[in-house]
Ligand binder design. Structure first.
Ligand code: HEC
Ligand code: HEC
Length: 355
């Protein structure tokens, strides 16, 4: 699969060179689309999805929202090696960014959800994330807040609209607004030769010539293109690389965790590199804290190439050209119950109140 894609890419690159399509040295890279909404993503649905995204009351303890681990005021991640959910519990994997998550053919490091809607069902009931007992509990929590019933009715034009399907549809509609076009690379690809610095261009040329684009191609630099199916690649591909031991890269079996098929061992989704400068630490286990080191590691584990310091710096500099324009955003006002919490007090707290 990899070899075929690579060959097609190379043929295309060669053809593009002959006819002179695109900017010099950017044959496998494509500008990020400037919109990703579906026709059914109405402003009411998006606004409801935004409320749900920011609402920590969808977690067992009332303290963890989607934004706790995917902070939209920053890189759309949590800056931690692995995430911390309710009651201080930590999971095994690093939180990927939600910025531009719409531009990928599957969700999660192992691609176990195909759509954003399907993905959004997971965290609310994951015990190390938002920790709710089941989707029924989520729905009854939402129904206990009258303002939400109203918002669902307006967004879905239906009296009995508070369902988990509608909740995740609204969250996904909101996530489709989380895109960051107009990075320096996008402006360069659109014809502005001065949008990228010399070092960034040198880094881009190396990124292509050394073979990073075998996997990191297309608008989100994750191998995705409009309508493409999910693909998974071996990581680490060269398991004799010294980085494998140093950063414990072979323990998490990736895709096979989702499929139960051991021929899928060590397959992972290629992550986006958009805004990657903002989302340290890196990799599925969050073990690598520096981007330059991650580039050295990738060259070694995926391409069996040892980078010089200057090459690693050039690649890192290219990645700074992938920081896009973040949309202006206002905080939603969350519907509230007058004088009463929806989070169950622990047994005994009423007595404590009297003491
Ligand atoms: C406790 C932290 C935590 C919370 C809360 C959380 N997530 Fe995540 N999220 C993660 C982690 C960790 C992963 C990667 C897990 C994996 O791949 O196994 C992830 C993966 C994702 C992905 C896939 C991104 C990709 O590139 O594959 C999306 C989209 C996402 N989360 C959205 C959400 C939404 C929406 C919510 C709220 C309903 C939410 N998350 C709540 C930690 C969290
Ligand atoms: C054969 C496919 C392949 C090639 C070639 C490849 N990568 Fe990757 N890249 C991946 C996969 C898969 C991951 C996710 C690894 C994981 O599961 O932790 C990744 C992760 C990354 C990350 C970390 C992203 C994050 O958010 O944690 C960076 C940075 C990166 N690659 C840069 C590069 C560079 C630079 C090159 C060229 C030197 C390169 N990659 C070559 C497949 C590839």
């Amino acid at each position: 699969m990899i070899a075929r894609t690579n060959m097609i890419t190379r043929l295309f690159t060669f053809a593009a060179m002959l006819v002179g399509i695109g900017q010099v040295g950017a044959q496998n890279l494509v500008a990020l689309p400037k919109a990703a909404l579906k026709q059914s993503d109405t402003p009411e649905k998006i606004e409801l999805g935004k409320k749900l995204y920011f609402d920590p009351r969808l977690s067992a303890t009332g303290t963890v929202s989607c934004n706790s681990c995917h902070n939209l005021m920053e890189g759309g991640d949590d800056g931690r090696a692995t995430s911390m959910g309710v009651n201080g519990l930590t999971g095994p994997r690093n939180a990927p960014t939600v910025w531009n998550a719409v531009f990928q053919a599957s969700q999660f490091w192992d691609g176990r959800a195909v759509t954003l809607e399907e993905q959004a069902k997971g965290p609310m009931v994951a015990d190390v994330e938002m920790g709710m007992l089941g989707h029924d509990q989520v729905i009854s929590r939402i129904k206990d807040i009258a303002g939400y019933t109203n918002d669902f009715q307006i967004a879905f034009k239906n009296d009995d609209a508070v369902t988990i399907e509608n909740a995740v549809e609204a969250i996904a509609a909101f996530e489709r607004t989380l895109i960051t076009p107009n990075s320096a690379l996008d402006r360069y690809l659109d014809g502005d030769e001065h949008a990228m610095s010399e070092t960034q261009i040198r880094g881009m040329e190396l990124f292509e010539s050394i073979g990073c684009t075998e996997c990191h191609s297309g608008p989100a630099l994750n191998g995705w293109d409009i309508g493409s199916d999910a693909e998974f690649v071996e990581f680490p591909r060269f398991d004799t690389s010294p980085f494998v031991q140093a950063y414990d890269l072979a323990t998490d079996l990736g895709r096979s965790q989702a499929t139960g098929d051991n021929t899928d061992d060590h397959l992972f989704k290629t992550p986006t590199l958009r805004n990657v400068t903002l989302t340290a630490p890196y990799l599925h286990n969050g073990r690598v804290s520096s981007l330059a080191e991650t580039c050295r590691l990738m060259a070694s584990t995926q391409l069996d190439v040892e980078l010089t310091d200057r090459e690693a710096d050039d690649l890192t500099s290219f990645m700074s050209a992938l920081e896009g324009e973040f949309p202006e955003m206002t905080f939603p006002r969350l519907p509230s119950r007058s004088g009463e919490s929806v989070i169950q007090a622990k047994v005994g707290s009423a007595i404590n109140d009297q003491s």
